[in-house]
Design a protein around this ligand. Sequence first.
Ligand code: ZN
Length: 180
Amino acid sequence: MALLKIRKFPDDVLKQPAKPVANINGKLSGLIDSMAQTMYAAPGVGLAAPQVGESQRVIVIDTDHENPGKHLLKLINPEIVEAEGKIIWEEGCLSVIDYNADVERSQRVLVRAWTPEEKQIEIEADELLAVALQHEIDHLDGKLFIDRISRIKRELYKRKLNKMIKEGKADLERPSKVRI
Ligand SMILES: [Zn+2]
C-alpha cells in the first residue's frame, strides 16, 4: 500500500464538489486504506478523497492517534443530518500549508454514512470529532476552512503562501499542530 500525495491549496481538485460513490467495491476499499495510511503518516486526524486527487465522497477520520486504527472511521457518502450549538476551534488542514485559524462550527452533529462493508451507520459527535466531520464533509463540497474565515485573513494567508512559494519554502515539512 502506497502513501498518497496530498494536494495543497490552490490545487483545483480541492475546489470541486466530489461525486457520490455509486459502487462500494475492492478498488474503493483499497483507496480508503491508502487514505488512512496517508492520514496517519502526515500526521492528521482526517483526510478526504479530494485531498489525494480523488473527487469522490469518501473520508477517513481518527481523533485518537494514541491507539491508531481503534477508532478509525471510514465513511462513504457522509451527510450531516442534524446539527446544533456553536463551537469555535482552531483548525489546520493537511492541504493548507503552515496556517491555523479559528473557525466556527456546529458543536454537535449527527452524521449518516455508509461503511466499506456496505452498512449504513449514524455517528453522534461533539468536540474535535464533530469539528473533523464538518471539516472533511466541507472538503467533499469543495470547501476549505480558509473559506470560512474573514476575507482579510484569507487574503493575508494567500500573500504569505505566495511568498513561501517564491522563496521555495512551501514544500518544507511542518509536523506541527493538529491538522484535519
Ligand atoms: Zn482539511
